[in-house]
Design a protein around this ligand. Structure first.
Ligand code: CO
Length: 258
């Protein structure tokens, strides 16, 4: 597969998908509270996505059994929602969601604290979010993909954090996962040149401790090997003539600001 350049029509559909996904995250984030099960998070998320006329893209993707990946504390990504997993004060929870609108995908993730969380957890969440914004400063025509990747890594490592190597971001559009892979770490090769009309899911996954991760017996849930906390932040972006446009953030809430 090669990197697809989206037409004006495709970009319109992806903007709509992104807007719906941003609203979904906003509504889900507000609903989180101690005592809520991760199953309830998924159930509500699926309901919101469908209420906008979208399809949750993760459901049944490679056999994934839910619509929202809900990953708590040392879980990095792909946590499977469960009625037995109850969120409690002080937890951090990463919500990853994808929607399909008229055949086009958007993919985004946020990490939230439940009630009051430790200063260390707050900092990890904020730095992970900032990693995304530091990376996409380099999402400019003529730059190479590795310019984004290496700046995400450099920003995270300043804080002594571990940058996950076993999972990467990706191109997105008609499919959830398209070329190219979008690593959050420097590669020896500078990667493809960025050009207008490319759409990418940029998704730093950052551990408070070491970078190594492992898979749980459910074959989905990825956890930090050292048991440290992990955060995830992701948006779908479009490479434009004048820089990146973030498709999965709501401009009017002011959250688009770096
Ligand atoms: Co993704």
């Amino acid at each position: 597969m090669s990197i697809s350049i989206k037409s004006a029509r495709e970009i319109e559909l992806m903007k709509r998908a992104g807007e719906i996904l941003a609203r979904t995250h906003e509504e889900l984030g507000k609903a989180l509270h101690p005592g809520m099960s991760t199953w309830e998070v998924d159930h509500l998320g699926e309901e919101i996505i469908r209420s906008y006329g979208c399809i949750p893209s993760f459901k049944n993707y490679n056999g994934y059994p839910a619509s929202i990946c809900v990953s708590v504390n040392d879980e990095v990504v792909h946590g499977i929602p469960s009625k037995k997993r109850i969120l409690k004060e002080g937890d951090i929870v990463s919500l990853d969601a994808g929607v399909i609108y008229k055949g086009y995908h958007s993919d985004a993730a946020r990490t939230y604290g439940i009630g009051v969380i430790s200063p260390e957890a707050e900092k990890l969440i904020e730095v992970t979010r900032q990693c995304f914004f530091e990376g996409i400063k380099y999402a400019k025509i003529g730059n190479h993909l590795n310019d984004i990747s290496s700046h995400i890594q450099a920003y995270a490592e300043q804080f002594g954090y571990g940058v996950v190597r076993d999972l990467v971001g990706h191109g997105i559009g008609e499919h959830l996962h398209e070329d190219p892979e979008v690593p959050n770490f420097r590669k020896r090769m500078r990667g493809p040149k960025l050009s207008a009309g490319m759409t990418l899911a940029v998704e730093p996954m950052i551990n408070a401790g070491r970078k190594e991760v492992c898979w749980m017996d459910d074959d989905w849930t990825v956890v930090t090997q050292d048991g440290s906390l992990s955060a995830h932040y992701e948006n779908t972006i479009l490479i434009c003539e004048d820089g990146p446009e973030i498709l999965s953030l709501l401009p009017e809430t002011g959250t688009a600001q770096a």
